[in-house]
Design a protein. Sequence first.
Length: 248
Amino acid sequence: MTTAPLPLSGRVAFVTGAGQGLGAAIARGLADAGARVAWADIDLANAESVAAQTGGLALQLDVRDEAAFSACFAQAVSHFGAVDIMVNNAARTPVTSIWDITPGEWDEVLAVNLRGSFFGCRISGRHMRERGWGRIVNLASLAGQQASTATGAHYAASKAGLLALTRSFAQELAPHGVTVNALAPAAIASPALQAMDASRQQALKAGIPLGRFGLAEEVAAAVVYLASPAAGFMTGATLDLNGGRFMR
């Protein structure tokens, strides 16, 4: 009996913010699907720790720095020969009142969540268009689609911007065989959600038609799908993963 090949066999993935939480789960899911993975994180020790579990290349990366991003991506290309899949996951998720956000905190959140993803799309997009194939997946959020007290206004603004950025790069890269899509999760059991007090978690869960929080593994499975040949005719799209909180 022959075993069917894994959907991402022979592919290389680069994941930002891969040292913990959703990023680590996504990188693990890609590795389980057959991809070789570059685990990039601002905390190298975290990246090395999670990469050791499934193999791959651990890299230190501050996504706010374009030159550092380019050098880190080039290191992955040198190590693996190419990068086929880019996952822009690195993000800051403070839950500060709209009245208390300082200019510095606003700039920091937008720098990581939106500018960092812009760098990731552009750096990987240039590489992929030369090769004539690629997948870029941007981690957006329900917060970028509707107002919520569960996240800060700066986080919501960054994720709304990321949806527009996704469409812009999708339009540019489509003629080169590169797809660019966004995944918009909400209410996922993650460190950010677990940091909320119990009453707030219960109120959040009460608003989910499926009656539970999502799992990091479900987010990873959606990323694997968007990176796979099965999603080859999908670009510029936003895939919702929110338990029915936002239906359209």
